[in-house]
Design a binder for this molecule. Structure first.
Ligand code: NAD
Ligand code: TDX
Length: 361
């Protein structure tokens, strides 16, 4: 297969590529990423010289560029991660979210439709990676199923909901072979320190304050990123075209519980007292429109495709902390914006054809 992975230099996309590029040397992977502040070539250092991998730095919202990349690479499979993904940023600048998440998704769908002229006889697939946030907020009981009503709260969630609708509409209207996964909160290596878990880890290690929004009682369902990537691969291989699958970790925690657990772990790892690290917690002003609780029912994925999460939250958190401690160069570069400097210096704006190293302009 020729596999186009959009957003592959981001958190989940880079973990996906680090898992599957070495596992499937018979497949060619192109990472199609604009390298925004969230995209980081350092997250691809383990695979960037692999024969079956190449990086194309480009914008999914630019239709001409998208068409060129589809024409050059002719993917059989698109795995679409690229997005503006941070809720707080969407509150300050919703337009960027509409541009990438809605317009960008539409450009990719148009290009896939043009390439896969006869979708009914094609083995091609467009897999769209989405979020549980499209379903809105829960109170104390219940969990989102694939039939839950869309009710997004933030501009981020609304833009992801729009993209889901477009993907489904391209299937119903044009027969485009699609699948969608809606996943709960991910955590693990290579996540930018604007999100709760890496932010808390790095601030705690460096003795800085740990901001907790509102009461800290908001609840999220956490899934280790590798388990999410395996779920996506399972859906690509065995999922039914046109279907949506929810993916969750079945590990609900309040934010304050997550932050306290990380403080304890950091104290154990650094020999500091737990009280000192816990003393860094600060309750701060709440996020506007802050969803109270997410919980995901992933029984369809388990029943139909046999997927289950493998890593429990406590072990996943310890593994995540260990990764950040073991990778100070990555952390330093992200904190200093070094990956943006890398982009200016190193990228030659040419697509290396994945199989044989030829270059296409
Ligand atoms: P991320 O912000 O870490 O990475 C996003 C990537 O997309 C970056 O590499 C960025 O450079 C790239 N990108 C952004 N705009 C682009 C554009 N216009 N053109 C090309 N590339 C662009 O995000 P993530 O956490 O890895 O999330 C990946 C996907 O998974 C997103 O679609 C997100 O909605 C979804 N998701 C994330 C989570 C989570 O907890 N992180 C949970 C469920 C679903
Ligand atoms: O400093 C913080 N303090 C805090 O209390 C930050 C950054 C967050 N929070 C709270 C807000 C949320 O309730 O922690 C929770 C998690 O926040 P984020 O890490 O920003 O994630 P969330 O808003 O839940 O969205 C995430 O999961 C779903 C991803 O960012 C999305 O891309 C994904 O779709």
């Amino acid at each position: 297969m020729r596999i186009l992975v959009t957003g592959g230099a981001g958190f989940i996309g880079s973990n996906f590529l680090n898992m599957f590029v070495p596992r499937y040397p018979e497949h060619s992977f192109v990472c199609f990423d604009k390298l925004t502040y969230a995209g980081n070539p350092l997250s691809l250092t383990g695979i960037d010289s692999a024969k079956n991998f190449s990086l194309e730095v480009a914008d999914i919202a630019d239709g001409d560029v998208v068409n060129r990349i589809f024409g050059d690479f002719r993917p059989d499979l698109v795995v679409h991660f690229a997005a503006e993904s941070h809720v707080d940023r969407s509150i300050h600048d919703p337009g960027a979210f509409v541009r990438t998440n809605v317009v960008g998704t539409m450009q990719l769908l148009n290009a896939a439709r043009a390439l896969w002229k006869d979708p009914s006889s094609s083995t091609a697939r467009f897999h769209h990676v989405s979020t549980d946030e499209v379903y809105g907020s829960l109170r104390e009981e219940g969990a989102f199923t694939e039939d839950s009503r869309y009710d997004p709260s933030s501009p981020y969630a609304a833009s992801k909901a729009s993209s889901d609708h477009l993907v489904r509409a391209f299937h119903r209207t044009y027969g485009l072979p699609i699948t969608i996964t809606n996943c709960s909160n991910n955590y693990g290596p290579r996540q930018a320190p604007e999100k709760l878990i890496p932010l808390t880890i790095l601030n705690a290690l460096e003795g800085r304050e740990l901001p907790v929004y509102g009461s800290g009682g908001n609840c999220r369902d956490w899934l280790y990123v590798d388990d999410h990537c395996e779920a996506i691969w399972k859906v690509i291989e065995c999922g039914q075209v046109g279907q949506t699958y929810n993916v969750g970790g079945n590990e609900e925690r309040t934010n304050i519980d997550v932050v306290r657990a990380l403080c304890e772990l950091v104290a154990q790892q650094t020999g500091r007292s737990a009280a000192d690290v816990l003393g860094l917690i600060r309750f701060v002003e709440d996020r506007p429109g802050h969803d109270w609780r997410y919980a995901v029912d992933s029984s369809k994925l388990k029943r139909e495709l046999g997927w289950e999460p493998t890593l429990r939250f406590a072990e996943g958190l310890a593994r995540t902390l260990a990764w950040y401690i073991a990778n100070p160069a990555w952390v330093k570069a992200v904190q200093a914006g070094e990956h943006q400097k890398w982009l200016e210096k190193n990228y030659d704006r040419r697509l290396r054809t994945a199989n044989d190293g030829r270059t296409n302009s």
